[in-house]
Design a protein around this ligand. Structure first.
Ligand SMILES: Cc1ncc(COP(=O)(O)O)c(C=O)c1O
Length: 400
């Protein structure tokens, strides 16, 4: 349509939404569908946080707030960064937005000029490349495949950097693979960045609290303090506190960048929801007691799914350190034909046939920039996961 912008034409519609829609259609038609596509925890927001939100309503904290966050929340965020990450930030270095997504978008809109490059390790969270495109920049994807446990190597990072590189978007633990970088692995990357002062780091730490087996989470500004002045450390309450619908994300970084991001937000959405901000203060300052039991719960599910998928002929599933996703390879299924007569030419045909023939909804790897894989979200009951693995195994055993 000629009326629409050239920028929009560069952006793809979300493939994850297409999968969700297809699963919904089948469910509406009465089919028994197990959804392994959702990117959110399956437990409720903790009661103390809900109470804080309810209190904010009763107390009339229902008006416009400062554009990028109430002082109480900015202070709570500073305390969080100090407590969890050993990072010192002042409230003026903190921004709060309507979800981690808006933080990223503000940062990219505030900094990118046409031709500026943004390095994105692949597989990546679906929104990164399209956000870069919407902001007028050029996404540069760098493969981080199964052979390196989905982690980008120092050599690959070095090779991708050009004089036009403005940002590296870094995400650990990762959506879609669950891979998380240890402090040593991260140091190898920050050493590369030290040699390239034009490159800033946008680190997406959304899954910080979802790590297993005593894995110790690390973030770039903590691992390499010399990069503090060019790092935007992003995080949020969506995943750790099961607050996806409240829409609160935040970041801390150099004051000038934070001011530029505030300018973008002031002319687009203004402040994030006042009620959600008060609830987020309680999330960050209140009890953190449920984090450990949740880690144990998700670890159990991860082990169940990794075991179940590795028992399927043609599938190889690495065991990731965190998040609530696994990203198995289906290299051994390509070129075969399903019992329903579908030739598996790529991960999209695999996911479509799996949904139609066995009623299991997963997201195909091409959506995340690395094939042939699919993503499983295991943020669902053990019962559903066990049944899903049984069905996926039957599907794979039926391939000839
Ligand atoms: C890696 C990653 N970053 C950011 C987000 C966005 O989080 P929010 O819901 O707070 O916007 C998500 C949500 O799926 C995610 O997986």
């Amino acid at each position: 349509m000629a009326f629409l912008s050239d920028t929009l034409a560069r952006v793809k519609p979300s493939p994850t939404i297409a999968v969700t829609n297809k699963a919904r259609e089948l469910k509406a038609a009465g089919r028994d569908v197990i959804g392994l596509g959702a990117g959110e925890p399956d437990f409720d927001t903790p009661q103390n946080i809900k109470d804080a939100g309810a209190r904010a309503i009763v107390e009339g904290k229902t008006k416009y707030t400062a554009v990028d966050g109430i002082p109480e929340l900015k202070e709570a965020i500073c305390r969080k960064f100090k407590r969890d990450n050993g990072l010192d930030y002042r409230p003026a270095q903190v921004t709060v937005s309507g979800g981690g997504k808006q933080v990223l978008y503000n940062a990219l809109v505030a900094t990118l000029n046409p031709g500026d490059e943004v390095i994105i390790p692949a597989p990546y969270w679906v929104s990164y490349p399209d956000m870069v495109l919407l902001a007028g920049g050029e996404p540069v994807t760098v493969a981080a495949g199964i052979e390196t446990n989905f982690k980008i190597t120092a050599e690959a990072l070095e090779a991708a950097i050009t004089p036009k590189t403005k940002w590296l978007i870094f995400n650990s633990p990762s959506n879609p693979t669950g891979a998380a970088y240890s402090a040593d692995e991260l140091k190898a990357l920050t050493d590369v960045l030290l040699r390239h002062p034009q490159v800033w780091i946008l680190t997406d730490d959304m899954y910080e609290h979802l790590v297993f087996d005593n894995f110790v989470f690390a973030t770039p500004a903590q691992v390499e303090p010399a990069l503090y002045g060019r790092t935007l450390t992003m995080n949020g309450v969506s995943k750790a506190y099961s607050m996806t619908g409240w829409r609160i994300g935040y970041a801390a970084g150099p004051e000038e960048l934070i001011a530029a991001m505030r300018k973008v937000q002031s002319q687009s959405t203004s402040n994030p929801c006042s009620i959600s901000q008060y609830a987020a203060v309680e999330a960050l300052d209140g009890t953190q007691e449920f984090i450990r039991p949740n880690q144990a719960l998700f670890k159990g599910r991860r082990d169940l799914v990794v075991g179940g998928l590795n028992a399927c002929p043609g599938i190889t599933c690495p065991k990731p350190e965190g998040a609530f996703y696994v990203y198995p390879s289906i290299a051994g299924c390509i070129g075969k034909t399903s019992s329903g007569g579908v030739e598996i030419t790529d991960d999209e045909t695999f996911a479509t046939a799996l949904l139609e023939e066995e009623g299991v909804a997963v997201v195909f790897g091409a959506a995340f920039g690395l094939s042939p894989h699919f993503r499983v979200s295991y943020a669902t009951s053990e019962e559903a996961l066990t049944e899903a693995c049984t069905r996926i195994k039957r599907f794979c055993e039926g391939l000839v």
